[in-house]
Unconditional design. Structure first.
Length: 346
């Protein structure tokens, strides 16, 4: 009998009560567990609604609002109750100097009002949400990919490889995450970078994607390393080594499938964290750069209008809060489905 021929010796013993669930396959059980949870279905449905709404930003701006959210509207006028109304109105505060953007009309045009440059806040919200979700999603994938490689290499190899990678993780971990992200942003803003045949401009969305994706790698790589080390010392892996199965086969058959569930649990929670990080950097003018917009840049635009036109800041703030809340709710259910022991222990 060859070492690879008897896979039954390495298969975990399935309790009688769970035999039916095991036959359905792990991913099918996860899918059915998510469907059975109202919290997961509601949060996933609302998240899909937010994503679809942001993807339809050009349709809304062109065919519904009829405005260009990236062009100044200081001299623009709209019709309200059949009367032409300027978007920027004469200020009634103090000495009456300057102008104040129009407030929410709750209609197709300027539904949430205008910002300090006369631009449609609702249309900019959709465009900004698309960029915020894109940056958060892409940086999450980059972070999980890099963390998986580093964590698996350190935990599975051990020895000098583990020592070097662990020290590298600890060194990056020593920096406060926002301080590190702001420092990298300041260094990269205003400069262009060439990666082989590709050139990355300073205003490209790739810059915040790379920065946010890299600063959180240690926070994910460390748990992955610990998970790999635990699996590496488990009975079925020790038995596989005793049967003479090659290391790369053990890695593919036993290590990666068990680590993948940890990465999946990290995904929604990390994406929620990345949305907050991107918004914070953009609010500080070291994230998304003009002419692009994000929820963070719209928050910054409404900072000076907080008392006269609060919806300019309230709208992106509520969008960030709701999106992060939904991602965390979905992530909690996903964790409970993938790890029922943690749910029973709470």
């Amino acid at each position: 009998m060859t070492p690879d021929s008897d896979n039954s010796a390495l298969s975990p013993v399935v309790p009688a009560g769970e035999e039916t669930g095991a036959r359905r396959g792990p991913w099918k059980r996860v899918f059915q567990g998510l469907i059975a949870s109202p919290t997961a279905m509601i949060s996933a449905g609302l998240l899909m609604l937010i994503v679809v709404a942001t993807l339809l930003a050009p349709v809304y701006a062109k065919h519904v609002a009829g405005t260009d959210p990236f062009r100044s509207g200081l001299s623009a006028k709209i019709k309200i109750d059949g009367k032409p109304t300027p978007v920027m109105q004469q200020s009634t505060e103090g000495l009456g100097l300057g102008v104040t953007p129009i407030g929410p009309t709750w209609g197709p045009q300027y539904m949430l009002g205008a910002d300090g440059q006369g631009r449609d806040v609702a249309a900019r919200m959709l465009y900004g949400g698309r960029n915020s979700l894109l940056i958060a999603g892409a940086s999450t994938l980059i972070c999980l990919f890099c963390a998986a490689i580093i964590g698996i290499a350190a935990g599975y190899s051990g020895g000098m490889v583990d020592g070097v990678l662990s020290n590298l993780i600890d060194m990056i971990w020593a920096f406060p995450v926002y301080l590190l992200a702001i420092s990298l942003s300041i260094v990269m803003i205003g400069k262009s970078f060439a990666l082989g045949p590709f050139e990355i401009s300073s205003g490209s969305l790739i810059v915040p994607i790379l920065i946010i994706g890299l600063v959180y790698v240690p926070y994910v790589a460390r748990p992955i390393r610990g998970r790999v080390m635990a699996i590496n010392q488990s009975e079925f892996v020790m038995a596989a080594r005793g049967l003479g199965i090659r290391r790369w086969k053990i890695l593919l058959r036993h290590i990666l499938p068990n680590v993948s569930t940890t990465l999946i649990v990290f995904a929604p929670m990390l994406m929620a964290l990345n949305i907050v990080t991107e918004s914070s950097l953009s609010f500080l003018s070291v994230g998304v750069q003009p002419p692009n917009a994000s929820w963070g840049t719209i928050l910054q635009d409404g900072q000076t209008l907080l008392y006269s036109r609060p919806w300019v800041s309230l709208a992106p703030g509520l969008a960030i809060m709701v999106t992060v809340l939904l991602l965390n709710l979905f992530g909690d259910v996903l964790r409970d489905v993938l790890d029922p022991k943690s749910a029973r222990g709470r």
